[in-house]
Design a protein around this ligand. Structure first.
Ligand code: SF4
Length: 439
């Protein structure tokens, strides 16, 4: 029977993702054009996951805006943010309400800014009744390059579109590129803005340090290529390819041996660089760590949920280490998700169920019927893990019932080792039984 209700959906609305994209830009303040709750909800999630406060402004629409439109509120919001914070950029994202009443945000922005304004204002359309936080991220990132990228001289750099990953992951990707001798522009970069150092005397600046400079986003049109870590965040890469002939590669997320190898091959080919001994060593250590735990992990049933790019990567990695994934679930539909999971099924002989565009109720039903000894996903899987007495390895966004998860990578060779250690220790800590596990 067709269900007409969603129960416990592991997805968020578009402004959530757009805010994360804007927060990776240096000196950028996101402005949510909607009612107050539309900014409170993302700020709450950001604070719980990253343990950082988030400067997010809102145009604060109320009943009168539903009748007369929200132009006055948005113009006022832009004026106030400029006066109070003097930001380098303002990233606007729309909401259910501003999209439904039909505000022409571009026109409002035009009227609210002067030609000699130093603050760049970037409007993105992020209607929340379609798509998810990943759509919002993608739309905002595309709006950033559409508004700011400018053709100039070749810069011999690679663009990396991160998608929604953690500061620890971004630092790990930067580390890999350093080992390969490749210069990069990150679109965008929350590794400092959402993991901000506390300065001496307990001082934190109003707008966090770090983030991608506006000048670097402008320069992204002159790079040798773009790699989108998550396939759901590829629109800006496609735009740069079509408009400025910057070759684009979308995914896969570098989790596990094969996907990290693909990432290294992609960036070295685009940049015409050799694969270095240091990277080979990191790869070798990942293989070694798989060998070390293979006897603990072989045949272990694992259920995985989250954002499609990251889930596809983790699924392949679990198969590589000999585990038996039973279900792969995502709330965000993407054309490559099912083919990616089916490819793992056929290569590794696994028999995973694929759930797409659905909720954690359905995921829970499959966990009960197919069984699992480990769940991998964000904090929204906690109740299922508790109900079924299965350990939960927390990855993705949001993770709000553990601290520090955002600091550590699961991407790259070293991040994959860390993820494997987490998975193995979760199995050992929870199910240790000398009759079942060989030591
Ligand atoms: S779903 Fe719509 S109304 Fe709810 S927080 Fe998101 S934008 Fe606002």
């Amino acid at each position: 029977m067709q269900r007409t209700v969603i129960i416990n959906p592991p997805k968020m609305c578009q402004p959530m993702g757009a805010i994360l994209a804007y927060m990776g830009v240096h000196g950028c303040v996101p402005v949510v054009h909607g009612s107050q709750g539309c900014s409170t909800y993302p700020r709450y999630n950001i604070a719980r996951h990253f343990r950082e406060s988030a400067e997010v402004a809102v145009s604060s629409l109320a009943e009168d805006a539903a009748v007369y439109g929200g132009a006055k509120n948005l113009a006022e919001a832009i004026k106030n943010v400029k006066a109070r914070l003097d930001p380098e950029a303002i990233g606007i994202c729309t909401t259910c309400m501003s999209e439904t009443i039909g505000d022409d945000v571009r026109q409002i922005v035009k009227k609210a800014t002067l030609p000699d304004d130093t603050t760049k204002v970037i409007p993105a359309s992020t209607p929340s009744y379609v798509g998810t936080h990943l759509t919002g991220y993608d739309n905002a990132m595309k709006a950033l390059v559409e508004t700011l990228a400018v053709k100039g001289e070749p810069n011999n750099k690679i663009n990396i579109i991160t998608g929604i990953i953690n500061p620890g992951d971004i630092r790990e990707i930067k580390h890999m590129l350093r080992l390969l001798g490749i210069e990069s522009i990150f679109l965008s970069d929350i590794s400092d803005t959402l993991d901000t150092p506390m300065m001496r005397g307990g001082h934190k600046p109003m707008l966090p340090q770090g983030g991608t400079r506006i000048s670097d986003i402008a320069d992204s049109a002159n790079s040798s290529g773009t790699v989108a870590i998550c396939k759901t965040a590829g629109s800006a890469a496609v735009y740069l390819q079509n408009k400025f002939n910057v070759p684009a590669i979308l995914g896969p997320a570098p989790v596990g041996v094969a996907n990290c190898d693909r990432f290294v091959e992609n960036v070295t080919k685009l940049m015409d660089k050799p694969i270095t001994r240091e990277i080979e060593n990191e790869r070798g250590r990942l293989i070694d760590s798989i060998v070390d735990v293979h006897h603990y992990m072989f045949g272990r049933r694992v259920a995985i949920f989250g954002d499609p790019g990251i889930v596809s990567g983790i699924v392949r990695f679990c198969a590589e280490v000999g585990m038996a994934p039973t279900v792969a679930m995502t709330a965000t539909k993407h054309r490559d998700f099912a083919p990616d999971i089916k490819a793992v099924n056929s290569e590794y002989g696994t028999d995973m169920q694929i759930l797409e565009g659905t909720d954690l109720y359905e995921f829970h039903e499959v966990v009960k019927s197919q069984g699992a000894e480990l769940i991998i996903g964000n904090s929204k899987g906690k109740d299922i893990a508790d109900d079924e007495n299965i350990p939960l390895v927390r990855v993705g966004f949001p993770v709000y019932d553990r601290v520090g998860v955002y600091r550590y990578p699961i991407l790259g060779y070293r991040g994959s080792i860390y993820l494997l250690d987490l998975m193995t220790n979760a199995i050992l800590g929870h199910k240790y039984d000398p009759n079942k596990l060989h030591q």
